[in-house]
Design a protein around this ligand. Structure first.
Ligand SMILES: Nc1ncnc2c1ncn2[C@@H]1O[C@H](COP(=O)(O)OP(=O)(O)OP(=O)(O)O)[C@@H](O)[C@H]1O
Length: 948
């Protein structure tokens, strides 16, 4: 029967061969003739085969399959004896299908056993690590065996606490991780998992989680293990990396730099908000999620994130973490149907250190931070305790930490708490607090509370399960080996005989059946099954269009039933689509950015020197290459959205294949490079940006003006002149003084202040004191620091009669208005030059102050007529375009240019619209700023305070 089957196949393949050779006479070679001859030979009946019993054959097959299932050495050689490659290929395909089914079955068994094992050990497990100390002091805390901790209390009393595992002070990082590894496997099986590091400040939480270069901690090891186990499995996985911290109750994305200052105007990173999906999943909106394809990519992002953590020096720890640092790795696999979830999360959390304020003597912000940390830790304890006690109400909403972890804490998740204690006598109180917390988290029973019989039974069951697990693992390994062998053989056969189309089909089979080419499958998964991913894993339409994948992905999305999109909600950034606001291209700038925290804390809290929390931007110790972007190196700019396109340009990629192969890697690279670029350009961001002046209160402006005035007076000879003039002004002209003060501040801050002063001194000498007159309008504008439009003032004031005298022309814009308002006569002002301080982005050529003087000397301005006719000397004016705030930012880079005198003339009659223009600008800018603050959650009180 076997040979008959074989003959049938050969016959089929003969017809195919002949058909394929029709019209291809050139291929009628000797080899072909030989192969046909071979096929014909196989068609000849073999008597011995005919007499074979069918049942016997069936049994033989079954035995073969059984052999495969138990991991026996399947005879690939049998197939190699067969001369017909096509027949061999199809046979191998069958075998692969069987093996594939087999490995699936083994995977399910393994998952069940692992789950049973973890259940037996407890879904919430608590380990204890005792920190080593260098000085030999009295140590009331000691490890007893591998599961118990002994606490020596006063009066010769002692207590013994039992844990799932106790790590001695000498335990290595590897030993710690070996106990954690089953959780990592569970994460690959589709379970949500949380690994916490809890303990008093300075007990080694960060050391356990992060480790050092030589002694890597749990996070690097877990990432490595994830990729390793994923590669060993027969499935394709997608990993996405995110990192955030919870600082004083606010979420901060650690993959985005946050401004260290509170003075900046624009918040750069979007606010992270916690959203609950209808299916109960928790989604953090706007959290950057980056797809990582290997260990190195993930580690580079991790190091980047660590650089942005909030740390500070405290009494207990020089680099104390002042927040909860959370690393999230999302695991997805479409090919593994036996997984618990399509996408699950692995959280690794370095909790902030619990601390007793009495001991740390924290003040100011340190105190607030400690309080926030303690509160959220207490909430975490409440939640886990409620879960353990199977209460109906779980108080997730009590803290941001528990809200974020809502879907990852519970029956269907794995939780591991690594409790850290210090063995020192002076820390005994904190150690007891920590142990009490651990007791709440898992009802850690004191010694002898659990009977020895129960313990033994439990241990026996665990050992049985461990053995079972080992057997399953062995079987899996055997089957995997066979699959590899068959795969190799298949590859050889394909090279020999398959046509190009067959090749494609077969490689598909290889990949799908064996999972041997993860990358290929990943690409397929990304392209075709995007719609299967939860919303937070999918890129936005905008970002897809930027990454160039829009077409493919939209197709994929269309082919699937999608959840209705939520209006007005932005989804998390996805790796391939991250657009990062860059200097000069967006309304958000890294320099001007403030984190939500700094925005909230900054204006309302006064901090002393010890209050400096370090929002570290140090990425120097990571292995990220320093990418100094030249203009040419910058990614393409999307003119419409004014954000940089992260997609690698065509020039950089010689061909499509190359681009595909580097595409995934470049996502992480781009993100990291962008950070480098953003941080490199931070210092000069303001240079290219148009700065919208923020109104400052009049009193403040006046005070500032006075300080600047004093400085100016000290430096400039003839200071008495101005003072005398001011003293003689009435109440209304005091406003004018305010303007003068502002202007003098401007001078003091300007690089060419000396030249200006000299210039104005000359000017002052030439003109008598200003009149007492109504200049309300001028004062208001000047005080508010609005970007003036000279035309407005000119047209606005044209109806006034001129004063007899005019003194200070430093305030050029008001001065113009002044002249216009009072219809200044030729005897007062002759010619006028207006110097505007503008950003370099202004297109015109901008002469500096020396040039101004030169131009004046050349009497360029004599041609200019603002109002009436001008006769007499040259009277140059300087007009500060921006507010003092703006000027203080831009002083380093100011460049000046002149208003075209014609423009002044032309715009004089523009009327009421121009009059309103600056006011509207103020209004708009205020609304924009207010909206920005409002989106940060700042309420009415904040604006009220701001207004004050
Ligand atoms: N098991 C250990 N082996 C060697 N050094 C350790 C160990 N545990 C902690 N340390 C050292 O102790 C110091 C403080 O540790 P670490 O910063 O990890 O504490 P922490 O619990 O994270 O503190 P905080 O809560 O204030 O952030 C570090 O210098 C660290 O290297």
């Amino acid at each position: 029967m076997k040979s008959m089957e074989h003959s049938e196949r050969s016959f089929d393949s003969l017809s195919e061969s002949i058909h394929s050779l029709m019209g291809m006479k050139t291929h009628l070679t000797c080899n072909w003739v030989d192969s046909v001859r071979g096929i014909i030979k196989t068609l000849q009946p073999q008597p011995s085969d005919c007499v074979e019993d069918d049942q016997e054959e069936e049994e033989e097959r079954k035995a073969e399959k059984q052999e495969v299932l138990v991991g026996g050495n399947r005879t690939c050689e049998n197939s190699s004896n067969n001369d017909d490659p096509n027949a061999t290929i199809s046979k191998i395909k069958d075998e692969l299908a069987v093996l594939d089914a087999c490995i699936k079955k083994l995977n399910i068994q393994r998952r069940q056993v692992l789950n049973e094992l973890l259940d037996l050990k407890g879904n919430i497990r608590v380990f204890c690590r005792i920190r080593p100390i260098s000085i030999a002091t009295k140590q009331p805390v000691a490890a007893l065996g591998s599961n118990e901790v002994l606490i020596n209390l006063a009066d010769h009393k002692s207590k013994i606490y039992s844990f799932d595992k106790v790590f001695h002070p000498s335990s290595s990082q590897g030993e710690v991780f070996s106990e954690i590894e089953p959780i990592i496997k569970s994460a690959l099986d589709g379970y949500n998992a949380c690994i916490f590091a809890y303990g008093q400040t300075g007990t080694g939480k960060t050391f356990t989680m992060e480790g050092t270069e030589e002694l890597p901690g749990v996070v690097p090891r877990a990432i490595e293990a994830l990729f390793k186990h994923a590669a060993d499995s027969n499935h394709a996985f997608l990993f996405s990396f995110s990192m955030l911290e919870i600082y004083m109750g606010y979420l901060k994305d650690l993959l985005i730099p946050h401004s260290q200052t509170t003075k900046s105007m624009f918040p750069l990173p979007p606010c992270l908000s916690i959203q609950t999906h209808p299916n109960g999943e928790i989604e953090i909106e706007n959290l950057v999620t980056i797809q990582v394809n290997d260990f190195n990519q993930a580690m580079r992002l991790y190091k980047l994130g660590c650089g942005f953590r909030s740390t500070a020096s405290t009494n207990s720890n020089r680099t104390s973490s002042r927040s909860h640092c959370m690393i999230r790795i999302s695991v997805s696999s479409l090919s593994a149907s036996e997984r618990r979830r399509l996408t699950n999360k692995l959280w690794m959390i370095d909790l902030g250190g619990s601390e007793r304020v009495l001991k740390t003597k924290a003040l100011g912000r340190r105190f607030e931070e400690g309080k926030a940390i303690n509160l959220s830790l207490s909430s975490l304890g409440d939640v886990i305790h409620a879960l353990q006690s199977k209460r109906r109400h779980i108080p997730y909403r009590n803290s941001k930490l528990t809200q974020v972890l809502k879907d990852s804490l519970g029956d269907d998740s794995k939780t591991l708490m690594l409790v850290h204690v210090s063995p020192q006598d002076e820390d005994l109180c904190e150690t007891l607090c920590t142990l009490n917390f651990a007791t709440r988290v898992k009802r850690i029973q004191l010694r002898n509370e659990e009977s020895s019989e129960v313990k033994e039974e439990k241990e026996l069951a665990i050992n049985n399960l461990l053995q079972k697990m080992k057997q399953i693992e062995n079987n899996r390994n055997d089957v995997t080996q066979q699959i590899k062998k068959l795969n190799e053989k298949l590859g050889k056969l394909i090279v020999i005989s398959a046509s190009s189309t067959e090749l494609a089909d077969l490689s598909d089979v290889c990949i799908e059946g064996l999972g041997s080419n993860m990358r290929f499958l990943k690409d397929r998964v990304t392209a075709n099954h995007l719609a299967d991913f939860p919303r937070f894993m999918r890129p936005t339409v905008c970002s897809r269009s930027k990454s160039g994948n829009a077409g493919v992905e939209i197709q994929a999305l269309k082919s699937r039933a999608l959840l209705p999109p939520r209006k007005g909600k932005r989804s998390s950034h996805c790796a391939k689509s991250v657009a990062f606001p860059i200097e000069g291209t967006s309304e958000c700038y890294s320099e001007s950015s403030i984190s939500r925290i700094s925005c909230l804390v900054g204006p309302n809290t006064k901090f002393s020197a010890d209050n400096e929390t370090e929002f570290s931007h140090d990425t120097s110790d990571s292995d990220i290459k320093v990418a100094v972007f030249t203009k040419q190196d910058l990614p393409e700019r999307d003119s419409k959205h004014k954000k940089f396109n992260l997609r690698p340009s065509r020039e950089n990629h010689a061909n499509t294949t190359e681009r595909v192969s580097t595409q995934n890697h470049s996502k992480v690279d781009n993100w990291l490079q962008l950070h480098k670029y953003a941080s490199n350009t931070n210092r000069c961001t303001h240079k290219n940006k148009r700065i919208l002046a923020i109104p400052i209160p009049e009193k403040k402006a006046r005070a500032r003006g006075r300080v600047a005035q004093d400085l100016h007076d000290e430096q400039v000879p003839g200071k008495g002149l101005r003072k005398r003039i001011v003293n003689h002004q009435d109440a209304k002209s005091a406003d004018m003084e305010n303007h003068m003060d502002l202007s003098s501040e401007l001078e003091a801050e300007a690089n060419e202040s000396h030249a200006i002063s000299k210039h104005f001194m000359n000017y002052e000498k030439s003109y008598p004191a200003p009149p007492a007159c109504n200049i309300d309008e001028i004062t208001m504008n000047g005080t508010q620091g609005q970007v003036f439009d000279s035309t407005t003032e000119v047209s606005e004031c044209s109806n006034f009669s001129a004063p007899d005298n005019f003194n200070d022309l430093k305030l050029t814009m008001p001065d113009i208005a002044y002249q216009e308002r009072y219809n200044m006569s030729a005897s007062t002002v002759n010619s006028l030059s207006i110097g505007l301080i503008e950003s370099p982005s202004s297109s015109k050529k901008k002469p500096n102050y020396e040039q101004i003087l030169k131009m004046e000397e050349e009497s360029n301005f004599e041609k200019m007529h603002v109002s009436g006719c001008f006769t007499g000397g040259i009277k140059p004016c300087h007009y500060g375009l921006r507010s003092p705030s703006a000027l203080s930012i831009c002083k380093a880079n100011q460049i000046d240019y002149y208003l075209d005198p014609k423009l002044l003339n032309n715009t004089r009659t523009r009327g009421f619209v121009n009059l309103l223009k600056p006011k509207v600008q103020i209004l708009f800018s205020s609304i924009l700023v207010a909206l920005g603050f409002a989106s940060l959650g700042l309420g009415h009180d904040f604006f009220y305070a701001l207004a004050l």
